[in-house]
Write a protein that binds this ligand. Structure first.
Ligand code: COA
Length: 238
C-alpha cells in the first residue's frame, strides 16, 4: 500500500532516514537517467538551492521504501521560476502566499506506467492537490517540459501558460500556473478510486489546515473538472 507523507521542517526529524535515499534517487533519476548534468554533484546526491527549510516534500512510501516524490516551495521564497527561468514567465514574477512552486516529481522506474499497479504519478498529483487545498493555496507555479500538458489535460489539472515554450538543453520548456481547487481534487480522487483524503501528516498537528471530508462518489460517476465541488461530495470540514 503506497502512502503519501507530507514532510517539512516541522517533522523532518521523523523522516531523517529517507532524506539520503531521496537525494540519491533524485541524482539517479535526474542526472544519471535524464542526463540533466547541470545538477550533477560528486557526492551522488541531487540537492539544489531550493531544498531549504521552507521546502515541503511529498514522499510516496511503500512498505518502507521511497518510490516517488515531489517538492513544493512557497513562491514567497526564491524559486526555479524566479531565479533560473524568469524569462519563461512573461507575466511577471509570482510571489504569493497562496501559490507554491512544484518541482522534482518522480516515480522510480519499476513503478511507472499502467502495468506497474496503481498509478503513483496520479496519486502524487492527487496528493499535492489535497495538500494545496488543505493549507489554502489557490495555485501551483511550475516550470515544466511541454509533454506534461496533455497529461495534465487528461487528468483534469488546469494549467495556464505564463509564456511560450522555449528550447532549453534540447527540451521544450514553459512556465505555467495550475489551479489548485476542490473540484480538481475531487475529480482526481474519483479517477483513481480514492474516497477521501490520503495524505499522512505525521508530526504536523500544529500545521494550520482545513480538514477535508470523506467523499461520497458513486463508483461509475465521472466528475468533470471545474464542475464538482466539495459541497457536492460531502460536508465541508474546517
Ligand atoms: N519525455 C517525454 N515524455 C515523457 C517523459 C520524457 N522524459 N517521461 C514521461 N513521458 C510521458 C510519455 O508520454 C510517456 O509515455 P510513453 O511511455 O509512451 O513514452 C508517459 O509520460 C508515461 O510515462 P512513464 O515514465 O511510463 O510513467 P508514469 O506516467 O508512471 O511516470 C513520471 C511519469 C514523469 C513521474 C516518470 O516518467 C518519472 O519519474 N520520470 C523521471 C523524473 C522526471 O523526468 N520528472 C519530470 C520533471 S521534474
Amino acid at each position: 500500500m503506497s502512502e503519501i507523507h507530507v514532510v517539512s521542517k516541522d517533522n523532518r526529524q521523523l523522516y531523517q532516514n529517507y532524506f539520503d535515499p531521496y537525494f540519491r534517487l533524485r541524482h539517479d533519476i535526474y542526472v544519471k537517467q535524464r542526463k540533466w548534468m547541470a545538477l550533477d554533484r560528486p557526492d551522488g546526491r541531487e540537492i539544489d538551492q531550493f531544498d531549504t527549510d521552507e521546502a515541503v516534500y511529498l514522499f510516496c512510501i511503500d512498505e518502507g521504501r521511497l518510490i516517488g516524490g515531489m517538492r513544493a516551495v512557497p513562491t514567497t521564497m526564491p524559486t526555479l521560476m524566479s531565479e533560473i527561468f524568469p524569462h519563461l514567465n512573461i507575466r511577471g514574477p509570482i510571489h504569493r502566499p497562496d501559490v507554491y512552486e512544484l518541482s522534482r516529481i518522480f516515480v522510480i522506474p519499476e513503478r511507472r506506467g499502467e502495468h506497474a499497479g496503481p498509478r503513483i504519478d496520479l496519486l502524487l498529483l492527487t496528493a499535492i492537490m489535497e495538500y494545496g487545498i488543505s493549507i489554502g493555496l489557490t495555485g501551483f507555479s511550475i516550470v515544466l517540459e511541454s509533454w506534461w500538458l496533455p497529461r495534465f489535460e487528461r487528468c483534469g489539472w488546469r494549467a495556464h501558460p505564463l509564456g511560450v515554450p522555449q528550447m532549453i538543453d534540447g527540451m521544450s520548456v514553459l512556465a505555467v500556473l495550475v489551479d489548485c481547487d476542490d473540484a480538481t481534487w475531487v475529480s482526481l480522487c474519483d479517477q483513481i478510486g480514492l474516497h477521501g483524503p490520503t495524505l499522512t501528516w505525521r508530526g504536523l498537528a500544529s500545521v494550520s489546515r482545513r480538514a477535508l471530508p470523506a467523499l461520497s462518489i458513486p463508483p461509475q460517476r465521472t466528475v468533470r473538472p471545474g464542475r464538482s465541488t466539495l459541497a457536492d461530495a460531502g460536508d465541508r470540514a474546517t
